[in-house]
Write a protein that binds this ligand. Structure first.
Ligand SMILES: C[S@@+](CC[C@H](N)C(=O)[O-])C[C@H]1O[C@@H](n2cnc3c(N)ncnc32)[C@H](O)[C@@H]1O
Length: 349
């Protein structure tokens, strides 16, 4: 076992005391998880009350880390992060979703298969402790934010569909960083019968991952909505910077969730201008971004190595003000977890 030498001086400030306590909690939980794993290999297995108690301690540990992180020194935070990744690594590596998040087989966190695992909401893993870690990730507010956003986006699509129909048109929409596009299949399934399905918006699915687009193509053919869904392979960072000719036009709605949290401010401003050009006058954009109040930010960063740019309403106002949308008529709303902030802006002219 790696030995971690505390960098906190023992003549302690309250913050240093918290770091010492957190370190002890991490070590104790790691030992008890290992004991749980051994017990899971016995005929009696892990009693549910033992598993529940461990789950409580896991949640409390990350709540405490979150609460302490504003006060802890950078050195203490780095050391605690390293300790968490070292002590929990064997169980993360034996999990399903958490393992994928850490090892990033597609080269980045949040590829469409990872997102599908969140939507599936089933803890996976090669052993009891691996599934325990997945269960903790899946119950976290951050995972709920992903599960919830699908319904919010489907509602935005349906509202857009209704507004275009009121003008005698079929809606045109685009999803940026579309991934598995579950929200579009939800809309398709809710439309139900063949007549209603003629109302399905014409959707352009923008993604740089051919695997994601291939998945959506195969599913749309199987479900009979391939005519309504068009794949657009595009690196949106390059497109936003004018390094490719990829563009959208005349869209009623351009939305994204799980994309702009990876784009730095300057790039996001350029993406907003690219979106603006792709909308028809009166068209809207709806963009999701994780909010700094995400209570599981440290869990994502330490045990999953999943780092996002968190933004609040003021950050969004500042960024939109630099774009062609301006910041005068932004609307903000949250998913029920309070983690996913959505901002809506309209192209006026
Ligand atoms: C976290 S997933 C979100 C998927 C989907 N929007 C959802 O909420 O379920 C992010 C998606 O954005 C895509 N993506 C990331 N960076 C991109 C870029 N620069 N250009 C195009 N697509 C990108 C990824 O391939 C992935 O499918």
């Amino acid at each position: 076992m790696t030995t971690f030498i505390p960098v906190t001086p023992l003549l302690s400030t309250p913050a240093a005391t918290r770091a010492i306590r957190l370190r002890a909690d991490i070590e104790a939980l790691a030992l008890d998880l290992a004991a749980g794993e051994r017990r899971s290999r016995t005929p009696a297995g892990v009693p549910s009350e033992v598993e529940d108690a461990l789950a409580l301690r896991f949640r409390q540990l990350f709540r405490d880390l979150e609460a302490a992180s504003a006060e802890l020194s950078a050195a203490d935070l780095d050391e605690l992060t390293a300790l968490i990744s070292a002590r929990f690594y064997p169980w993360v590596a034996a999990s399903g979703l958490a393992d994928r998040a850490v090892h990033k087989p597609a080269g980045y966190a949040g590829d469409f298969r990872t997102i599908l695992m969140v939507y599936a909401d089933v803890p996976c893993g090669a052993c009891w402790a691996g599934r325990f870690i997945d269960a903790r990730v899946l119950e976290s507010p951050a995972a709920w934010a992903v599960k919830n956003r699908r319904g919010l986006l489907a509602a935005e699509i349906e509202a857009t569909m209704g507004a275009a129909e009121a003008e005698g048109r079929r809606a045109q929409i685009a999803s940026l960083g579309a991934g598995p596009a579950e929200e579009l299949f939800d809309v398709w399934q809710r439309l139900g019968d063949a007549d209603a399905r003629g109302r399905m918006p014409l959707a352009t699915l923008c993604d740089m991952d051919e695997g994601a687009l291939g998945h959506v193509r195969a599913r749309s053919e199987a479900e009979g909505c391939a005519d309504a869904l068009q794949a657009m392979p595009v690196n949106l960072a390059r497109a936003a910077l004018g390094r490719s000719d990829d563009r959208l036009a005349d869209q009623d709605l351009i939305y994204s969730a799980g994309l702009i949290d990876y784009f730095k401010d300057n790039l996001l401003v350029r993406l907003l201008d690219w979106i603006y050009d792709g909308l028809r006058p009166g068209g809207r954009t709806v963009l999701g971004n994780f909010h700094p109040d995400n209570p599981t930010r440290r869990m994502m960063e330490t045990s999953l190595e999943w780092v996002l740019i968190h933004r609040d309403e003021d950050d969004m106002r500042r960024i939109f003000a630099r774009s062609r949308f301006g910041a005068d008529s932004l609307r903000f709303f949250f998913d029920p977890s309070g983690v996913n902030l959505f901002v809506e802006a309209t192209r006026l002219a």
